[in-house]
Design a protein around this ligand. Structure first.
Ligand code: PLP
Length: 380
């Protein structure tokens, strides 16, 4: 199989597994919150991981709250940091885990405003400024660092500055961008940042919410005092350790890996676009290094991938493939339902090779040509 679905989940880096294994053994017993030597050992390992996570996004270690992933981090940020009575402003292309908070936010009295994006999926800072100027109270703004479906990056520092100028708080879902060294929380003025372990070579089931010092966060669950009561629950030592190592590796290799993976992404685009006239690219070409989203009107992308079970790629949706509705992201970019149904998303990653890219391109091109009984020109 050729695995080109790194944006849904990236493979666990071997060094991450090596670092985690000792913490899964019986010898590593010890609740990291317990006051004895085994507990302290676990707590020390978690503290070291916390420092690595913080370093990846340019934040102080004390700002890192471990969560089960970016979904929980987004929920914690939105439901926990919205100012009483204040609006929540989200871009229309946020991940479902952020957009899904809207009904609960409204129930709690927060007006929810969705910001439109341009044809590449970018939020205009002037549009955000206009929206915030109309709000009677400071707002919580949530705009992702880079989109998981089309790869487009947002002008984070500008958006955060506009938010600050109006007394608001700025949250960014950096699940996809952080692993490529694209996020500097303090330098960019970000108040809250969501991260996910399994998007950057760490294990599934762990992530973080980075919380700026001055940000009041209301804990969602009343029980347990761990992590200052802000995200109670016993921390999973092995997962935290693995996440920390993945962040260290990502930071060390971000620049070189991003260049190499972007070159492979551009090669895949070159192969596909040369053979498939009418193929269109979704999102800004300078987005996430590993993201290539392409649309071919008339194509049934889901059908195509069903016929290519050894090619792991995605359709016009995100991390789950059972949604029949055209993706909300592609619709927000102004794509038609037909284009959304004809969209394939390839997610390249650090382990992707040039040979895999060539083979994947050949499979897709052959399948599309074969799928059109009267010849490919019919579906152009
Ligand atoms: N945010 C973005 C941008 C994502 O791509 C994902 C992927 O699923 C998530 C959030 C959810 O992350 P997790 O699987 O860690 O909950």
């Amino acid at each position: 199989p050729i695995y080109l679905d790194h944006l849904a989940s990236a493979p666990l880096a071997p060094a991450v597994l090596d670092a985690m294994l000792p913490w899964l053994s019986a010898a590593a017993v010890g609740n990291p919150h317990a006051a004895h030597r085994p507990g302290w050992r676990a707590a020390e390992a978690i503290d070291a991981a916390r420092a690595e996570v913080a370093a990846l996004v340019g934040a102080p270690p004390g700002a890192v709250l471990f969560t089960s992933g970016a979904t929980e981090a987004n929920t914690l940020a939105l439901l926990g940091a919205a100012a009483p009575g204040g609006a929540c402003v989200l871009s229309a292309v946020e991940h479902a885990s952020a957009l899904g908070c809207a009904p609960e936010l409204r129930r709690r009295g927060h007006p929810v405003i969705l910001l439109a994006v341009d044809g590449d999926g970018r939020v205009d800072p002037d549009r955000l400024a206009d929206t915030l100027a109309r709000q009677p109270a400071p707002a919580l703004v949530s705009i992702m660092a880079a989109n998981n479906e089309v790869g487009t990056r947002q002008p984070l520092a500008e958006l955060a500055a506009v938010t600050r100028a109006r007394g608001g708080r700025f949250h960014s879902d950096a699940a996809q961008a952080a692993g490529w060294g694209m996020v500097e929380a303090t330098a960019m003025g970000l108040d809250l940042v969501s991260l996910s372990g399994h998007k950057l070579g760490g294990p599934m089931g762990i992530g973080a919410l980075v919380v700026g010092e001055a940000v009041p966060l209301r804990p969602p669950s009343p029980g347990g005092g761990q992590q200052r009561g802000l995200r109670p629950g016993t921390l999973p030592t092995a997962l935290c350790v693995g996440f920390g190592v993945a962040c260290r590796l990502a930071r060390a290799h971000a620049a070189a890996d991003a260049r190499r993976v972007a070159a492979l992404r551009d090669r895949l685009w070159a192969r596909l676009s040369a053979a498939l006239p009418g193929l269109r690219r979704n999102g800004a070409p300078d987005g996430l290094p590993g993201c290539l989203s392409v649309a071919l009107p008339g194509l049934d992308a889901a059908d195509l991938l069903l016929g290519l079970p050894d090619l792991a790629a995605a359709t016009g949706s995100a991390c789950h493939s059972d949604a029949a509705e055209p993706s909300h992201v592609l619709r927000a970019l102004g794509r038609s339902a037909e284009e959304a149904h004809g969209t394939l998303r390839f997610g390249l990653g650090r382990t992707t090779t040039a040979e895999e890219v060539e083979r994947a391109a050949a499979w897709v091109i052959a399948a599309i040509h074969a799928g059109s009984p009267d010849g490919f020109r019919d579906i152009m």
